[in-house]
Design a protein. Sequence first.
Length: 327
Amino acid sequence: MIVNEEIQTPRRLRVFKRNCEQLEEIETIGATALAMAQQEASFLNATVRAICDDIGYPLVPPTVANMSTSHFGIYAEYNLLIVPLLESRYLLHLPDIYHELAHPFLHGRYENRSVLDGYRYAFKAAMVAVSQHTRSAVLYAKRERAPPAVELQYLFWGQAWQKYWLEEFFCDIFAALSCGPAYAWSHYHLAIKQGDGAFSTPTNKKQTHPPDDARMRIILFSLQKLGFGDECIVLARAWSDMLALRGERAEPEYRQCFPDNLLQSIVDLAHAGVDSMNVNLAVPGALTRWSERLNEAWTVFWRDPEAYSNWERSRIKILEDTTGPRR
């Protein structure tokens, strides 16, 4: 008999099931990453380590694996950053590395790291701000005798804010503060390439990321705090032109869900949290090494898009020779 009925309990069965699920996840993610380890990832691994050195990243830099089928992502529990197969040959989307680097700050794996305390406190304070916003919206709906469906909509948004959106916003803010305008341009490009609607606000189904327009607004608020006023004017105009070209306009529900005052409050809180970790920020005129390289790439692209590919190939060759994997 395989199972000893005398010691078997429902709890032991549940523990066994969880352990099996965890083992399957390790095999699916960890083993796949090891199996796919290749030369393509060596440059990006060196780049991620260099970026972390630049900004004074408070955790161990993640390892990079070329196993993403769409875009950048991170498994904080395995300290594994995943990217598409050929991403090491391009520069324009590398600013998204900064976004992914912020996800581990709120992961349970690092809950005992005191260097993250200020950031976590800022996140909790932002949670309170979101809860107050939701509560105020529900009370307003009650006073106005709005249909029950309106109250349920506000509550649904409040849950999405707390479960998904706020963390994504904090990662956007960290990336904007540590990388600079290049991160905004990377978001602009990604929204054009993969976006489903810049103002898309869910009504009854899960949406793990905030609408692209809300993300751009919070990125611009972050850059303005650093002093990138002129760059923000150019970015805002390019974003507005793109929305007009696609015929997109914000609906009232979108404005209700993502008001400027709430987004600005979140930026202020997140900025204080990032400051508490003593991270090196992207200051105008004094960018960190990789921040300067990525911002230069976007500047060259917009100055002469047709010549950009040749410039990028030569630039990456130089970076591979100078950055290179550690021996």
